[in-house]
Design a protein around this ligand. Sequence first.
Ligand SMILES: [Zn+2]
Length: 493
Amino acid sequence: MSTEPSPALAGLEPASFWRHFESLTRIPRPSRAEEAAIEHVRAWAAGHGYELEQDSGRNLVVRVPATPGREDAPTVVLQGHLDMVCERDPSSTNDPAEGRIALVRDGEWLKADGTTLGADDGVAIAAMMALVEDESLPHGPLELLMTVAEEVGLEGANALDPALVTGSILVNLDSEEDGRLTVGCAGSTDTWIRIDGARDAAAEGAVTIGVTVSGGLGGHSGSGIALGRSNAVKVLGRALREAHATVPFRLVSFRGGKSRNAIPRDASAVVSVDASLDDEFRTALEAASSTIRDAFSKTDPGLTLTVAQADASDPPWTMETTTVMLDAVALVPTGPLAMSPDFDDLVETSSSLGEAITENGRLVLHSLSRSSNDSALPEVIAALDAAARLTGGELEVKHNYGGWRPNLDSPALAAARSAYERLFSEPPIVTAVHAGLETAVVGDKLPGLDMISFGPQIEAPHSPDERVSIPTVERFWALLVAFVDELSRPGQR
Ligand SMILES: [Zn+2]
């Protein structure tokens, strides 16, 4: 393992930040296997005489005393995650999972040769370490909260022992857009509607036909939900339901979507229809499909519905069950349901039908509903519950975590805003995201915690194209330094 400083970092400021950042690139830290990184932090904390605690979820807190004169300031928690997504081009000899990241300078950007860079969220850990080491930078008491396994469903944050954290203000350093202060995010709840139905042998002379929807653009089921794109499961359900109104057929299977987190781009059904109605069925489907494609002509120009002969492995559901199942798909809400009262163009509440599954003779409809306003979500769950009940199905509900509701009167926001304006002579963009962040989980465990999130510009995280903008790292650093100073200055309290 090379310990020579990388030429890619030559001359970059702040030097101590980049030195810590580079050390992290040489330590394997895939999600759930952060031990080497944990030992690295442990040795560093011991070397500086900082107290370190770890919970059973393996999250770390390093307690750093205030600088002289700032002892009475509120304790501020700086938070980031230790793990990184370890992706690589198949041909690359580098591998982050083995601590082999080769840094490359590309103009104003820093990237890695053939792998993820781990700026998500190495910048947070490096910034915390560099900040507290520099005795010329004033701050109140700090708690450095380093979580594990963020990239695998916020596992570390979910396992956080709240007793580890005593601070009243938390700064999350895992935002990827320069110039923005994030002050809210969505909580989420998974639901499954399960509909059992009788099957019956296919009618004499029936033909089996496969219907497939594809070509939609999909996207993230939270941050992309307001784009108005087609949901392949809903499109397929709608086309079949419209055809079913004039041509009787029976469903054999109905499937679509690959993940709760993504808007479905593909869906397919197998149906059993009387041979004499085959042409009529195709004509009815084509009529329905034409209207649907027109509805999405601007958002999903490539949307297609195709019909082909198919094989049936199971007997079809009865006509009655088919009607009920298509009603269920029609009833399940999908898309934005309410907009934020605080921010233009931001969704507050949404639901996305992410998966349709046919298993053990049942149809399962899996949705992910989100809101930054916890009080709004019960109405969405009620609609899903009603859809389940009206179609004779059962509803399973799994609440993941509550939302982080924006508080525009937050003292942390006021401090970050004034530091930002003083430094950069322009106002920051204050915003929230319609997706899950660790802050939602941490805030759920520590009610009343005043939180904010910011970071440098990071593009294409989780891919070998990941890169961080070097000038925005300088801005991020300056803002962090000014922020902890501002919050601890005696005159400010
Ligand atoms: Zn991250």
